[in-house]
Design a binder for this molecule. Structure first.
Ligand code: PGA
Length: 241
């Protein structure tokens, strides 16, 4: 895994450059997007570059990692809403080519169709990831099988606590989500994982320097041939080298 360390602004700019380079080479790239606080700096940078004409999403297709079960896309805490608000509505992407797992139809067939749609589009060229304090990627919580495809999951208490800041109370935080599986993520041709802040430092040390184990889902990225990790100084603080 290649690791880049800098200020939040530096890593957002550096990650954005990967999108500029990829879309220059492949304007119809398939992009895997992520939600959460971490990608906001990158998304702001991508919006700026798109407005300046440095990159276009005209021919891009997007697949998001996950969605809360029970939330419709118009709910302001749904990940569809997040993506529209924080990226899609501000760039020249065709909304019809943006996909987020359904939080309302949680059947196994619909989940399997999400993987099939990714495959039919040609596979994800660049998948963006955040990371949970427990090492989750997407909503693949600890001990999710590495062979998993898109599926419904029960959120751990720690994930619900971490995300309750966006809701009025813990009771409103959904208990389940639909997420790309670990295999879906690992099938991406290249991956960028971003982490900022000291709360992520222990898990970053574990995924970079520890063993590959389903107990820490993101550790699987050690097995990916083209995974890059972008860290701010706080998130990188416990790395030994
Ligand atoms: P965060 O979430 O970017 O809000 O820290 C990351 C995640 O839980 O995957």
């Amino acid at each position: 895994m290649k690791i880049f360390i800098g200020t939040q602004e530096e890593i957002a700019k550096k990650a954005a450059q990967r999108y500029v380079d990829l879309l220059k080479e492949k304007p119809n790239a398939i992009l895997g997007h992520a939600t959460g606080s971490t990608p906001l700096g990158l998304y702001a940078e991508l919006i700026k570059l798109n407005k300046e004409g440095a990159l276009t999403y005209k021919d891009v297709t997007s697949f998001n990692l996950d969605e809360y079960v029970g939330l419709d896309g118009s709910h302001d805490q749904s990940y569809r809403y997040f993506m529209n608000e924080n990226l899609f509505n501000h760039i020249d992407i065709d909304l019809a080519k943006t996909f987020v797992p359904s939080g309302l139809d949680t059947s196994a067939e619909t989940a399997a169709n999400y993987d099939k749609a990714i495959e039919a589009a040609g596979g994800i060229d660049l998948q963006l990831l955040g990371i949970g304090n427990n090492g989750h990627i997407g909503f693949n919580e600890p001990n999710t099988p590495f062979g998993s495809c898109t599926h419904m999951v029960e959120l751990t208490e720690s994930t619900r606590q971490a995300n309750k800041r966006f809701f009025n109370s813990i009771d409103e935080v959904p208990t389940h989500a639909v997420t790309m599986g670990i295999k879906t993520i690992m099938n991406a041709k290249s991956i960028i994982l971003m982490a900022i802040g000291s709360a992520k430092a222990p898990v970053i040390k574990a995924i970079v320097e520890g063993e590959v184990t389903p107990e820490i889902p993101a550790s699987v990225l050690q097995l990916h041939p083209n995974a890059e990790i972008y860290l701010d100084y706080e998130a990188a603080a416990l790395l030994s080298k």
